[in-house]
Design a protein around this ligand. Structure first.
Ligand SMILES: [Zn+2]
Length: 329
């Protein structure tokens, strides 16, 4: 049954578990969720984290967002549902994947009597996604990669473009997602889906969590789920405001991965969040004597969205994710 069909009292935050199947010791898996019905009418929004079980920044961001909003329940419109750990099995194993080695974010909309992963995808879909108007899905850079906090959504969609005009100081990359991903499948049936990327797996960084918190709050304001004054107050009262990202309103139409051309040790000279120009040196690769083997020159004028962190690289390893073709809205 959809979580939005519950008769929870207005303004009272729910912190509950809902059971899903069992592990090999016949213990029920328990899916945690936080839910609040606002005082005022408004959209139904589900925010999901850790659909990749080792991407934990979103878990903490949703916790902090709930703790903050709990003190401002009168400013919430519609219904908010947070699912902090969508991939319970991956989370338990410190793994991106499910125990059957599949990717939960390639299995939407799931299958009731399908494989382990298909059943979990079906459970998520039926309980939290099907009835929501908008979905927010929080990720982190995987496999030694670090992502500058940014949103991904399908800007080919007119509603999305109109919506994005109101979103200030946020880096947006247009992208429709791959088959079976939450973003693609929910987008197909007309839901607005926002993928939010921030930081890396297995590590909490204060600045990233703060930037993520503000970005998610900004998104909820933009979706008219939270009164705008709350964001303004929040920005004013933060003792240590996060690095401000004075990004113009608009979105990047394309992004490429620049890859290692040689094996060796990777020395970056820019970082995620930097603007770069075509031809600019982004970093270099040294050999085992410390001699420079290759330089990585930016193929585009754009913005560094993501970067490989581990120094050891081999040919083909994705080093820099560069967003380009900026379009103002
Ligand atoms: Zn992910």
């Amino acid at each position: 049954m959809s979580i939005f069909a519950n008769n929870f009292p207005v303004g009272a935050w729910q912190r509950n578990f809902t059971p899903f199947e069992e592990d090999a010791a016949q213990r029920s898996w328990l899916m945690p969720y936080l839910f609040v019905r606002g005082k005022n009418p408004g959209p139904k929004i589900t925010c999901i984290a850790a659909i990749h079980g080792d991407e934990l920044n979103g878990v903490r961001m949703l916790h902090e967002l709930a703790a903050f909003l709990e003190n401002h329940s009168a400013d919430i419109n519609g219904s908010l549902c947070f699912v902090p750990v969508a991939n319970l099995m991956g989370y338990a194993n410190h793994s991106r994947y499910l125990p059957d080695r599949r990717d939960l974010n390639r299995m939407s909309t799931g299958l009731k009597d399908g494989s382990e992963g298909a059943r979990l995808a079906h459970f998520l879909w039926q309980n939290f996604i099907a009835e929501a108007d908008s979905i927010v899905d929080v990720h982190s850079g995987s496999y030694n990669r670090w992502n500058f906090p940014h949103l991904r959504g399908n800007m080919k969609d007119d509603t999305m473009r109109a919506w994005a005009k109101h979103l200030e100081n946020q880096v947006v990359l247009t992208s429709a997602g791959v088959a079976g991903s939450l973003r693609k499948e929910a987008g197909k049936i007309g839901k607005r889906v926002f993928l939010f990327e921030a930081g890396e797996t297995g590590r909490f960084e204060k600045n990233i969590l703060q930037m993520g918190f503000i970005a998610l709050l900004r998104l909820l304001v933009s979706l008219e789920a939270v009164n705008p004054q709350l964001l303004a107050d929040c920005l004013l009262t933060q003792n240590h405001p996060p690095k401000t990202n004075k990004h113009p309103t608009g979105y990047y139409r394309k992004a490429i991965w620049q890859r290692a051309t040689h094996a060796g040790l990777f020395i970056p000279e820019v970082e995620p969040g930097d603007a770069v120009v075509a031809g600019q040196r982004l970093g270099f690769i040294t050999d085992l004597f410390g001699e420079r083997r290759a330089e990585i020159l930016s193929e585009q004028t754009g913005f560094v969205l993501g970067m490989h962190l581990h120094p050891q690289v081999v040919p083909g390893r994705a080093l820099f994710h560069i967003a380009y073709e900026f379009k103002e809205l």
